[in-house]
Design a protein around this ligand. Sequence first.
Ligand SMILES: Cc1cc2nc3c(=O)[nH]c(=O)nc-3n(C[C@H](O)[C@H](O)[C@H](O)COP(=O)(O)OP(=O)(O)OC[C@H]3O[C@@H](n4cnc5c(N)ncnc54)[C@H](O)[C@@H]3O)c2cc1C
Length: 458
Amino acid sequence: MSPRRPSIVIVGGGFGGFFAARKLRRRLRTDEADVTLISDTDGMLYQPLLPDVAVGAIDPRIASVPLRQALPGVKVIRGRATEVDVEAMRVSVADVGGGQAVSYDYLLLAPGGVTRMEDLPGLGQRAVGFKTTAEALYLRELVLARMEAASSESDPTRRQAAITFVVVGAGYAGVELTAQMARMTRNLLPSFAALSQSEIRWLLLNHSTSIMPELGGGLGERALRVLRRRDVDVRLATTIKSVSTGTVTLTDDEVVGCSTVIWCAGVTANPLVATTGLPLDRGRLVVTPELCVEGNPKVFAIGDAAAVPDITKTTSPLTICPPTAQHAMRQGPAAARNILASIRGKPLRPYRHRDLGLVVDLGGMQAVARPVGMPLSGWPAKLLTRGYHLFALPSSRRRLSAMAGYALAGGRPDNVSFGLLSLNQALASTSEHAVSTSERDSAGSHPQHRRTETDHVQ
Ligand SMILES: Cc1cc2nc3c(=O)[nH]c(=O)nc-3n(C[C@H](O)[C@H](O)[C@H](O)COP(=O)(O)OP(=O)(O)OC[C@H]3O[C@@H](n4cnc5c(N)ncnc54)[C@H](O)[C@@H]3O)c2cc1C
């Protein structure tokens, strides 16, 4: 009788999990092992394209690569992993059938991060996150509907609150979203004759005194200049204290009339990794440079959920790789190689990747980027940013669709919405149709998706 094939189970089909599964499939010999991918979504979401989805520059499906089609030979279980029992070598999964336990010989945890809402009054109930396709679509709908509603609102306070948008957090996601959204609202003004540019307010708050200092080379300042040219009111060393119906109180005690708060100020490791009972570093699962857990050589972890030491740096103790797609998509194949080496009784190799720098798309012909330490802005940075994402998107069909989308959208966004939000809801505060994180979490829903299940229903 031939021995049972080892079972490799991957949790999470995002950047890390997708590229790990693809590498395993390509490298595994016939009948060498079974690969199962547990994912709560059916696509690999290319999150850096979310701002383009939010402003309608590309179709939302372009940013999601279908797992089953892109990963032939991998068994995909659509469900949410709820617990990992490392003693029993089992993952509990909540799925449409109620639930199942999936046993593994090798486990790769790649569930990414979740939006971390701070414990501020009203924030959990009233702010919108920006990490999923649903949230990107919801935001677009919200902004369009509020412009629509404000243009026919006679009460000046309500009118101003409807078209005041506060974004908290000026990391790359917050900066990209605000820059692109501010450009979108300005370009849409000809469709809203009753509104003027001076009325539409975009506020970008950042708790520190500079934005994106990790870019270096004065690129944060350049991004600031682009934002301010688009009339974005960027407040440094300022964040929010509380959110209530129709107003936001800032840390300098200013009260801003505003119905939309977008939270881009924090991501934390997916709480699933805490269910392993294994050591964590600020919520991320501690792994060796070989991407496995010390003392548990059959448990691997990568991406935003893992604290992967950066061995290219000489600091002591070693710094942890930042939570970026750039790392996750390389850690995936590195973990796959090490799982294979382990199955084949070969030595494991440490993960090593020197940061290539960041690319930040500001919309239009504006971007800032620092490829291999070289500061770029304006159209050279834009070409690089577009080229990089198109190259990295793991689907040639989607690459072509994205190019066509960009070419057609140009500087002329349209204001077609899907009717996910009624005008009455748009005029009301977000509070009246948002669901708090805590309520959702206690209901057992994934926090990242808390807005997808109810808010989009009229
Ligand atoms: C708006 C935005 C822009 C960004 N831009 C950039 C950029 O320009 N460059 C860059 O390098 N990085 C960027 N990032 C960060 C980057 O997207 C993340 O670092 C990267 O996605 C992390 O990869 P991951 O595999 O760890 O997690 P993810 O890609 O988030 O994948 C995790 C997957 O696991 C699934 N999952 C979660 N929990 C469970 C569960 N319990 N059971 C089953 N499945 C589960 C999720 O649905 C998801 O599919 C951006 C992020 C955002 C939000």
